[in-house]
Design a protein around this ligand. Structure first.
Ligand code: DC
Length: 225
C-alpha cells in the first residue's frame, strides 16, 4: 500500500483572493488541519480594542501579547477561535477588526509573538496555513507554497457578497478598504505581503473556487509522488 506523505502547505495572498474558502476545501479534501493565521491577528486586534490598548503603543501591545491565550477548536459549528474561554470567531469579522488587524500586524512585537505561536502549530505536518507571510517568513521550508491573487474589483465584489446583510458598507467602501489594506500589508517593513520566490502563483479572477482547489491538488499530488 502506498501511504502518501503528509505535507505542510501554505497559501498566501491579499484580502478577498479566495484563500479562506480554498484553504478550507483543500484541507477537507486532504484530511489536513486548516489554520487561518489572519484570525490570530484579528484576535489580538479584538483584545486590544476590548482592553483599550492602542495599536501604536508597542509596550502595551507587548503586555497584551504576553497575556493572550488564543486557540482554535473544532466543534459542531466548525473551527472556532477562542480567546481564553470566550468564542470570538464572529466578533473578529467586522470591517473595523479588519483594519485594526492590519494595523497591529505591522508591529514587531505582535509579529514576533505570533511567529512562535504559528510555528508551534506547524510542528505537526498535514496542515494548510493561510496568511500573508506563511511561505516567506513563518514556513520558508514549507513543502508546497501557493500565492493566490485576484483583481481588486473581483476581491471587493466577493467580500461584498460575503458581508451582504451583515454590514452597511457599500461595494465602493469595501473596495476602498481592500485597497487600503493591500497598501498597508504590502508596504510595511516587516514580513510584507509578497509571493515567496518558490511559490506557485495562481490568479482566481476568472476561475471558480473548485477549479483552484483542483489545480492545487494536482500540484500537491506531484510533490507527494
Ligand atoms: O486574512 P485576514 O484578512 O483575516 O487578515 C487580517 C490582517 O492580518 C491582514 O490585513 C494582515 C494581517 N495578517 C498578516 O499580517 N499576516 C498573516 N499571516 C495573516 C494576516
Amino acid at each position: 500500500m502506498c501511504v502518501l506523505q503528509k505535507l505542510l502547505v501554505t497559501i498566501d495572498g491579499p484580502a478577498g483572493a479566495g484563500k479562506t474558502t480554498v484553504s478550507k476545501r483543500l484541507s477537507d479534501r486532504l484530511g489536513y488541519r486548516y489554520i487561518d493565521t489572519g484570525a490570530l491577528y484579528r484576535g489580538i486586534a479584538y483584545e486590544a480594542k476590548r482592553r483599550g490598548v492602542r495599536h501604536d503603543d508597542g509596550e502595551a501591545l507587548g503586555a497584551l501579547c504576553k497575556s493572550m491565550d488564543l486557540r482554535f477548536v473544532r466543534n459542531e459549528n466548525g473551527t472556532r477561535l477562542l480567546s481564553g474561554q470566550n468564542d470570538i470567531t464572529d466578533q473578529i469579522r467586522t470591517p473595523e477588526m479588519s483594519m485594526l488587524a492590519s494595523a497591529v500586524s505591522a508591529t514587531a512585537i505582535v509579529r514576533h509573538y505570533l511567529l512562535d505561536v504559528q510555528r508551534a502549530m506547524g510542528r505537526e505536518k498535514g496542515a494548510v496555513f493561510e496568511g500573508r507571510d506563511m511561505g516567506t517568513v513563518v514556513f520558508p521550508d514549507a513543502d508546497i507554497k501557493f500565492f493566490l491573487d485576484a483583481s481588486p474589483q473581483t476581491r471587493a465584489f466577493r467580500r461584498y457578497k460575503e458581508l451582504e446583510g451583515k454590514t452597511a458598507q457599500t461595494l465602493e467602501d469595501i473596495e476602498r478598504d481592500i485597497r487600503q489594506r493591500d497598501e498597508n500589508d504590502s508596504t510595511r517593513d516587516l514580513a510584507p505581503l509578497k509571493p515567496a520566490h518558490d511559490a506557485i502563483r495562481l490568479d482566481s479572477t476568472d476561475f471558480s473556487i473548485d477549479d483552484v482547489v483542483d489545480l492545487m491538488l494536482d500540484y500537491i499530488t506531484g510533490v507527494q509522488l
